[in-house]
Design a protein around this ligand. Sequence first.
Ligand SMILES: Nc1nc2c(ncn2[C@@H]2O[C@H](COP(=O)(O)OP(=O)(O)O)[C@@H](O)[C@H]2O)c(=O)[nH]1
Ligand SMILES: [Mg+2]
Length: 219
Amino acid sequence: MTSGLRFPLAETPTAEEAETGRRLFAGQSDFVKGVVAMSGLPPADRLEVCFAGRSNVGKSTLINALTGRKGLARASNTPGRTQEINFFTIGADHYLVDLPGYGFANAPVAVVAKWQKLLKQYLSGRQTLRRAFVLIDMRHGIKSVDEEILSLLDSSAVAFQCVLTKADKVKAAEQERVLEQVRGALARHPAAFPELIVTSSEKGDGIATLRNAIAGLEP
Ligand SMILES: Nc1nc2c(ncn2[C@@H]2O[C@H](COP(=O)(O)OP(=O)(O)O)[C@@H](O)[C@H]2O)c(=O)[nH]1
Ligand SMILES: [Mg+2]
């Protein structure tokens, strides 16, 4: 039995599904607020998805590609800057939540500790959070720096789906090798959703599939 049977690639949406996803993301997207404490969270009054990934994985670029809005999520992070949970609306009834990038080598210990506490509180306490999307660089696969958030998602019982980024930078044979590494690592995580999505924000690959994964979530 090949491990390819576990964690297959999500199927490309049908034309009808793609249209539903397109329509969701064609709705008004706005930055709502950056949150630094649980007391600052907007009311949990709509379906929510969050995006996590190490800094430079391509998270801002992917959020911009999903929404078709270039400047929505700032496409860069400054190491050590205040770590905020950023809320965006997608249409009238979805929140898209941008979690701060992790894995800065030189972030101050106190900043990291404060961030981890807020993240833990957010993930374990947000009733409307339906799925986390964890972005993994297709050139690197799942690294030890990613394991912390995956374990946190397991312990918070938040279903998470892995999204491979920057596929345009990796040749097909190498992509297969990285996908096998990712499948092996995910097998140890009970909260892992059993489908992977390969994307290139540069080429537009996988964007319709990711939109469809979000549009198909039940409120
Ligand atoms: N070739 C390629 N580069 C990408 C892609 N997505 C992001 N990048 C580049 O990767 C770098 C980091 O992207 P960014 O979105 O700021 O990462 P973030 O720190 O995770 O928000 C930028 O130089 C992007 O242009 C992609 O799909 N393909
Ligand atoms: Mg960013």
